[in-house]
Design a protein around this ligand. Structure first.
Ligand code: URP
Ligand code: ZN
Ligand code: ZN
Length: 470
């Protein structure tokens, strides 16, 4: 089956051009000049022609930080692999990289195999996994090398959550040394969890139990301290480092400093840190702020975090925007933390709205169209060893294509979103632009408000090493 997409403005990480895109089966086979003999021949021979006039044509989004069907205590994140990947596709994301987690005492291989089995046959779009090392030891270090050979080429460590996932400096350095040898990327949740837990304990003892206190105790200084420590350990260990969900000016300053000093350090931020804040959202009246409890936390609107993060995106101090989609419903989820913010499950849902929310940055003049594509698709694919199969419209790449209508508009609401979540962190946000068609490996899955995808269409992706290794 061949498909020609014509009439649109083709966007890439380097610019834009009027071009036609020819798909054959699951692959992109040609990018053609409109009006050329080749384009004419392609149209005559195509089984299907999609008219993208007055629209953008861009590579499908790559969300490299999601938590679908993830257990947390007795709970599970609200989106399954099926519902989460469907919602992602509705928003123009055609690849997700989720996590398999080895908890302390567990065997890496068994944790990964169990996760692969859970996702198998469930996903509507292609997917891959990073491996969380919750227990760095001789065995898990040895497993790292084998996993890299099998296409799991990034490993996430935690400096937060003592007693659950935290790795100490010795474990972090060991994992980094191992990564230096096998080419893996180390991803870091950079917050000083030991200091945070003390501050949280003290807040509860003072009777400060509301959700907003989650933001007060997870201080930006403690994100910056952990970010700095992770950077210095990565320099000593000679491993590449990727800071996840960076939320504050303070931590950004550390990343910029590292980059200016030649360290192979990268960072992502997420839409919540660009649009939401501590006072209005985490500090919503009553228990409403619980919807906004995530770690790292939302930051104060009285500081300069939003503006600094947008600037970091322009300057490439921040090179990726992911969602950290980690949805918990208010009912039978977030409400576990009534009376003690420490018990509110951490995480925000947003897998569906990443491309749209970042596009608002284009509308507002914060970033260019090319940067939008680079942040949401091309760089995450390059960062995590999926490029050029993903993240680019070039011959040979997977036919993951989004047709985006800049003239569309909508309002985000839990009433209409496709995530399996009883609220939206972005309720009432007005969006300019919107997805009209989404093609996943050659199959149209979304077209003008109609879903035609299927669970199981999405395949598991073995990844190569990061394009950003030195
Ligand atoms: O609050 C968050 N981000 N929960 C998900 C787990 C993590 O730290 O990424
Ligand atoms: Zn994290
Ligand atoms: Zn996360």
């Amino acid at each position: 089956m061949t498909t020609l997409i014509k009439g649109g403005l083709l966007l890439s990480a380097t610019g834009e051009s009027l071009a036609e895109v020819l798909l054959d089966g699951e692959r992109i086979v040609a990018v053609l000049e409109p009006g050329s003999d080749l384009a004419g021949a392609a149209e005559r021979g195509a089984d299907r022609v999609i008219d993208a006039s007055a629209k953008y044509v861009l590579p499908g989004g790559v969300d490299c930080h999601t938590h679908l069907e993830m257990p947390m205590g007795d709970l599970m994140t609200a989106d399954t692999f099926e519902s989460g990947t469907r919602a992602a596709a509705w928003g123009g994301t055609t690849t997700v990289i989720d996590f398999a987690t080895q908890m302390a005492g567990e065997h890496v291989r068994e944790s990964l195999d169990a996760r692969l089995a859970e996702a198998d046959g469930q996903c509507a779009i292609d997917y891959a996994f990073h491996m969380v090392l919750g227990g760095v030891n001789d065995q898990s270090l040895g497993e790292m090398d084998k996993l890299v050979d099998e296409g799991i080429t990034s490993f996430k460590l935690f400096m937060a959550y003592p007693g659950r996932l935290l790795s100490d400096d010795r474990q972090i350095l060991l994992a980094m040394q191992q990564a230096a040898g096998n080419g893996a990327m180390i991803m870091m949740h950079a917050e000083n969890g030991i200091a945070i837990d003390l501050l949280a304990e003290q807040a509860i003892a003072r009777g400060e139990t509301d959700p907003v206190n989650h933001g007060y105790v997870r201080r930006a200084e403690l994100e910056a301290e952990a970010t700095h420590r992770a950077i210095q350990l990565a320099r000593v260990g000679a491993a590449p480092l990727y800071i996840v969900h960076l939320s504050s000016s303070h931590a950004l300053e550390q990343v910029a400093w590292a980059q200016n000093n030649g360290a192979n350090v990268f960072a992502e931020t997420c839409p919540q840190y660009l649009y939401l804040n501590l006072e209005d959202h985490l500090g919503a009246p009553g228990f409403g702020g619980a919807a906004y409890v995530c770690s790292t936390p939302l930051r104060s609107k009285h500081e300069h975090h939003h503006a600094d993060l947008w600037q970091g995106l322009r300057l490439n101090q921040l090179s990726v925007v992911s969602t950290d989609h980690c949805p918990f419903c208010m009912n039978e989820g977030k409400d576990l933390g009534v009376g003690d913010f420490r018990n509110i499950p951490n995480g925000l849902g947003g897998i569906e709205h990443r491309m749209d929310l970042l596009y608002q940055g284009v509308v507002a003049g914060e970033i260019t169209l090319a940067r939008w594509v680079e942040l949401c698709s091309t760089t995450p694919a390059r960062m995590f060893g999926l490029y050029p199969r993903k993240g680019a419209i070039v011959p040979g790449a997977d036919a993951d294509v989004v047709i985006y209508d800049p003239a569309a508009s909508s309002t985000i609401s839990a009433e209409t979103h496709h995530m399996d979540l009883d609220h939206s962190a972005y309720e009432g946000f007005e969006l300019q632009g919107g997805v009209s068609t989404v093609i996943s490996r050659g199959s149209v899955v979304v077209d003008n408000g109609t879903w035609s995808g299927t669970a199981g269409h999405g395949g598991y992706l073995r990844r190569g090493l990061s394009s950003y290794l030195r």
